[in-house]
Design a protein around this ligand. Sequence first.
Ligand SMILES: Nc1nc2c(ncn2[C@@H]2O[C@H](COP(=O)(O)OP(=O)(O)O)[C@@H](O)[C@H]2O)c(=O)[nH]1
Ligand SMILES: [Mg+2]
Length: 196
Amino acid sequence: MSNPFQQAKFMLSANQSADFVPDEGLEVAFAGRSNAGKSSAINVITGQRQLARISKTPGRTQLINFFEIDPSHRLVDLPGYGYAKVPDKMRRHWRILMEAYFSERESLGGMVVMMDVRRPLTEFDAQMLEWATSRNCPVHILLTKADKLSRGAAGNTLLATRRDLQETATVQLFSAHTRHGVDEARSVLTTMMGLQ
Ligand SMILES: Nc1nc2c(ncn2[C@@H]2O[C@H](COP(=O)(O)OP(=O)(O)O)[C@@H](O)[C@H]2O)c(=O)[nH]1
Ligand SMILES: [Mg+2]
């Protein structure tokens, strides 16, 4: 299977909605708590180390990073969240930026939410799901770092998460280290974007 995400190119980082790229075509946004494995997943799924490296550049981690796949399709890397020690001012700014994105962005066609398989559905994750479902945006969840659990334990978490979420989202196991679930993630993303 060819990988259309391999062509993704960095467009810009936005700190406010006025800086977002034009709201045209279709984009899929990636979200996850800090340390959930978002950058690693983006690297493996796109087959490009460059993308997550750009998003990790100091100063860009709290921004929304836009990547172009082709003129009418984009990937969007949303800023992570969840450090206990984040100053209040930063927390507020993060919320304002995210609310602007979810309320305004008409080209948002799907979301991929990364959650550590050992700790899924945190408060942060619930907020993400709420923002997505409030606008009928399809959500696909990657339970990351699946290699950290035994096959049985990971499978149980998968079933429990599916049961909790019912129709809210689709869920799969994923590991950037073993590449478990990479083909499935690419296939869901391709469908979300209408690329196949
Ligand atoms: N065991 C394991 N560790 C992972 C995996 N993916 C990421 N990590 C580790 O988890 C930490 C956070 O990963 P990163 O991708 O930077 O997370 P981000 O903060 O969500 O972008 C790093 O130390 C990674 O090496 C995985 O699939 N398996
Ligand atoms: Mg990261």
